[in-house]
Design a protein. Structure first.
Lengths: 165, 777
């Protein structure tokens, strides 16, 4: 009764061919339960909490609102891609340094949201970062330290490219 | 330098930041089935038929069970109180004939994948005979109201009258002024971002039912599983993976946890249940819906003389295990006087049952309300007596400790006055009072509000026994083992779900043993690894769990010292940086791993009376009244007449949780707690339509605040160490949530001062603000 599709997905640079999915299977479910990439979380499955945020061709997207089949042909990035060679990246380190996570359930979503944003807007102001953070829900932190962490990371990245502000 | 007091980096962070945490929905077992529940679509009535035949025909569906099929015992939570004070009610794991709220589980459907389960649910046919729902405290208490539980006359589950100081009526009659506050707070959902969930599987080799579930109270889940399923406790193992928050919603035993256990036993296949957000919002455990009627007598100088309160808590359809429906009214009744010297007190506290999802403890439990009510009492008295609202508090605060309260509670030392003074000073020095005057001159509505409160933490068995709980939580246990490489594994009965115990408990151990955090592994959430525990709630982990861990570490340190002394042939040894060394000759030292090597692999070298191995265990309990953290909050808000929006211009918090084991973690608890307090004050409410259908089934309707609504918060620390916890810490998990609603409400009222309107209820809706301003514009 539900249509089966044969798709291939490119996740974190790795190609997964011959995935048999139903047309109704969401991207978050396929990432988590078919590919075993359980770093991406589902907190609401209706597009509000942002825990499922991944990057699609570099732009943050909510993986609970997208069918897996719709993500074919796009470069998907999940939280598992951030750390390289066992080392956390600067954004992850900033989250830890600023205590921007408690239970950590929302964290992968915020990391991917920020990662996508900072690539476009390393020069963002605190107010802009707060606006960005308001796109997703965290029940533990009260958000301030998430904003702090992203701001700190942005500052570091700007310094790296030699723009001192 | 000691580890306690340092903002050590969290041991939890690397796995959670790299996607390597393991939450319950990340667990995948071979042949695992997926479960969801058929839930009542009516608020009150009788199930006349459940037809699962269509469901069983759905491709992928493997089984579906009703209460009759599973035949498990009910969950019953009780208090040791007479029937006149407490009426026990049973919560069936699956509803039998009566259903008592929309969302109540009636049957469990199991399928090969989560999508097929949903198909299966759609094919279920349930018929009902609908009865009249009881949807509010007024309806519940109205004469002739339909009964939610036949045994509970007047829909009253708890009715206690306490204290009733002699002569209190005369005090009111003779008082200079009597102030009234009637306050209501909305029903709320704790909203852990990870919903509830469990994976149950039968392990034939261990002859054990393994239930991996996100619970704050693993041993209590084990106890209820064993009881309901008729198993020995040794045949049940509860393991808790990483948890995405709890805040109390997960510190009670859920009927779904029992149902998946029963289904896994029955089918001999692993069963996973992950609550969807709709069920989490409508059919899990809720909290906070209360009404207060309070009178307070004052003398002309603004000193409170007597307090008389009637508290009614709408606890929904069932008593939660283990706390019962008494959790909210008993907390409110015992703690209402708070930080103030109240000489005479009388209270009646009731829990009523209604046709709404049941209540569980939620961060702060009743204290957000009682603080709000008391702070309203003093604000109102200040207005009526023409006093400054901060000054009237100063005149009434407890300043000498220990203080024996009228509420039969002894308060240990705190910094009530100091925290309020510092909080006011911060607001004053930043010029907010001048800005307020200026805003008023421009016709803008700017308000400044405070709250001043303490929070009892570290409830031991003494405090819970006073509540007359049949299950008396209180003590906790810790076990510590040094391994052959000289590091330690510490097992605790507490259960962190965001509070950073893997770091903070390790900091306590590190100091006692002279180890680095990296050499300490904290193990929690496995009922097979520790004898018993009461998990994490009521800000008990740093105080009670932390003290048990500290004592176990000290015992292990003693063993190391004794062994070291024997081997180094002296009595005068000390621990230093992973060694035992002679005090008189630091060069003569043994590494922990050398000692462990002897303790495990060369037991022949041990002194005759020494046991092999390096293990110690300890317990900790609080027999007195617990320890009180305290804080003062200051909020500055501006009201926007057009939208009714309450905008924060400033939020400061001066907190005192004794010794802060990890200041950054404490601040995190404060900020997160304040965010939840603001949520209750301004945004969140679970509402129902006239039939009892919940109106908020998604995050579109249930408005969890975002970074746009929650301000930056400045925190200052005071430190009044606890005299009887091992580290001097007091609990820090709930204070933020407790203090915020009062500060926000007072600030809004201060801003509304020109209008003459005073608000006493939360959430404060934008319409209410618009109306208050509009009526007077
Ligand atoms: S799970 Fe996708 S937005 Fe909440
Ligand atoms: S850290 Fe728990 S929800 Fe954000």
């Amino acid at each position: 009764m539900t249509e089966k599709l044969l798709i291939s997905l490119t996740v974190n640079g790795e190609r997964h061919d011959d995935l048999v999915v139903e047309s109704r299977h969401t991207l978050v479910d396929v990432l988590r339960h078919r590919l075993g990439l359980t770093g991406t979380h589902a907190g609401c499955e209706h597009g509000v909490c942002g825990a499922c945020t991944v990057l699609l061709d570099g732009a943050p997207a909510r993986a609970c609102l997208i069918f897996a089949a719709q993500a074919e042909g796009q470069e998907i990035r999940t939280v598992e891609s951030l750390a390289g060679g066992g080392e956390m990246n600067d954004l992850q380190r900033a989250f830890s340094a600023h205590h921007a996570l408690q239970c950590g359930f929302c964290t992968p979503g915020f990391l991917m949201l920020a990662e996508g944003f900072l690539t476009e807007r390393p020069d963002a102001t605190r107010a802009e970062i707060r606006e960005l953070v308001s796109a997703s829900l965290c029940r533990c932190t009260g958000y301030q330290t998430i904003v702090d962490a992203i701001e700190d990371c942005a500052r570091g990245r700007r310094r790296e490219v030699g723009e001192v502000r | 330098m000691s580890w306690v007091g340092r903002s050590a980096a969290r041991r939890e962070d690397p796995r959670l930041l790299t996607g390597n945490g393991r939450f319950v929905d990340d667990i995948r077992l071979p042949r695992m089935l997926h479960a969801q529940f058929v839930r009542s679509t009516i608020a009150h009535g009788t199930v006349t038929g459940v037809d699962l035949s269509g469901t069983l025909a759905v491709p992928g569906v493997v089984a579906a069970f009703t209460a009759g099929d599973l035949a498990v015992d009910d969950i019953t939570a009780v208090l040791d109180r007479p029937l006149s004070e407490f009426v026990p009610t049973a919560m069936p794991v699956l509803a039998r004939d009566r259903v008592r709220f929309v969302g109540e589980p009636i049957a469990i459907v199991l399928a090969e994948d989560p999508y097929s389960v949903e198909d299966g649910l759609e094919a279920v046919r349930v018929t009902y005979e609908a009865g009249m729902p009881v949807l509010s405290e007024e309806q519940a208490l109205a004469p002739g109201a339909p009964l939610v539980h036949a045994a509970a006359a007047g829909n009253t589950l708890v009715d206690v009258s306490m204290f009733a100081t002699e002569g209190i009526d005369d005090i009111f009659a003779a008082a200079h002024r009597v102030v009234y506050v009637r306050s209501r707070t909305g029903r709320q959902n704790a909203v852990p971002l990870e919903t509830r969930g469990a994976v149950a599987s039968w392990d034939p080799r261990a002859e054990q039912l393994l239930v991996q579930t996100c619970t704050q109270v693993p041993h209590q889940v084990r106890t209820v599983l064993a009881e309901c399923l008729g198993l020995g406790e040794r045949a049940v193992r509860v393991v808790v993976p990483d948890m995405g928050g709890g805040f109390g919603q997960k510190c009670v035993v859920g009927r779904e946890e029992i149902a998946v256990g029963a289904a896994a036993l029955r089918l001999r296949r692993p069963v996973k249940w992950i609550e969807d957000r709709r069920d989490a919002l409508t059919a899990s455990f809720l909290a906070r819906e209360q009404r207060y009627d309070v009178r307070a007598a004052f003398d002309a100088g603004g000193r409170i003389l007597a307090l008389d309160a009637d508290v009614v808590c709408d606890m929904g359809a069932y008593s939660c295990y283990p706390f019962t429906a008494g959790i909210e009214p008993l907390m409110a009744s015992a703690e209402l006087p708070g930080v103030y010297r109240v000489p005479a007190y009388r209270v009646r506290g009731r829990a009523v049952t209604t046709n709404k999802a049941p209540s569980a403890p939620y961060r702060g439990v009743s204290r957000p309300q009682i603080v709000m009510v008391m702070e309203r009492v003093f604000e109102r008295a200040a207005r009526e007596l023409g006093l400054d609202p901060v000054e009237i508090r100063r005149r009434n605060l407890i300043t000498e400790f220990p203080y024996a309260g009228i509420n039969d509670v002894t308060y240990d030392p705190g910094s009530y006055l100091e925290s309020l003074n510092l909080c006011e000073q911060m607001i004053r020095e930043e010029g907010w009072y001048e800005r307020q005057e200026q805003a008023a001159a421009e016709g803008r509505f700017l308000g400044i509000g405070y709250s001043c409160f303490s929070e009892r933490t570290g409830y031991g068995s003494g405090a819970f026994a006073k509540r007359k709980m049949a299950v008396v939580p209180g003590f906790d246990l810790a076990e510590i083992t040094m391994d052959l490489t000289g590091g330690v594994t510490v097992t605790t009965g507490t259960m962190s779900h965001g509070q950073s115990h893997e770091t903070t408990l390790a900091q306590i151990v590190a100091d006692r043993l002279g180890l680095d955090l990296a050499q300490i592994k904290i193990h929690q959430g496995d009922t097979d690894r520790i004898t018993y525990g009461f998990g994490t709630f009521a800000s008990r982990s740093a105080t009670i769990g932390g003290s048990a861990v500290a004592r176990a570490a000290t015992k292990l340190a003693d063993r190391l010292l004794r062994l070291g002394a024997y081997l180094l042939e002296t009595d005068d040894v000390e621990l230093h940086d992973g060694h035992v060394r002679r005090r008189d000759d630091h060069g003569r030292a043994l590494r922990y791993r050398d000692l462990a090597g002897i303790a495990y692999l060369k037991a022949n070298l041990l002194p005759k009376d020494a046991e092999p191995g390096l293990t110690a265990s300890a317990s900790f309990d609080v027999h007195g009244d617990g320890t009180f953290s305290n804080a003062a909050h200051g909020a500055v808000v501006e009201l926007h007449p057009g939208t009714g929006r309450v905008e924060f211009l400033r939020y400061v918090c001066v907190e005192d949780c004794g010794v802060a084991i990890n200041p950054q973690v404490v601040e995190g608890q404060c900020r997160g707690g304040i965010a939840q307090g603001i949520a209750g004050a301004l945004f969140e409410e679970v509402t129902y339509d006239a039939q009892g259908e919940p109106s908020c089934a998604s995050f579109i309707d249930y408005k969890v605040p975002t970074a746009n609504e929650i301000p930056d918060i400045e925190i200052r620390h005071l430190e009044t160490p606890c005299a009887f916890t091992e580290s001097g810490a007091k609990g820090a998990g709930e204070g933020g949530t407790i203090g915020a609603p009062a500060a926000v409400l007072n600030a809004v009222n201060d801003a509304l001062r020109p209008t003459g309107v005073e608000l006493d209820d939360t959430p404060i809706r934008p319409e209410t603000v618009q109306r208050a301003i509009g009526a007077n514009a």
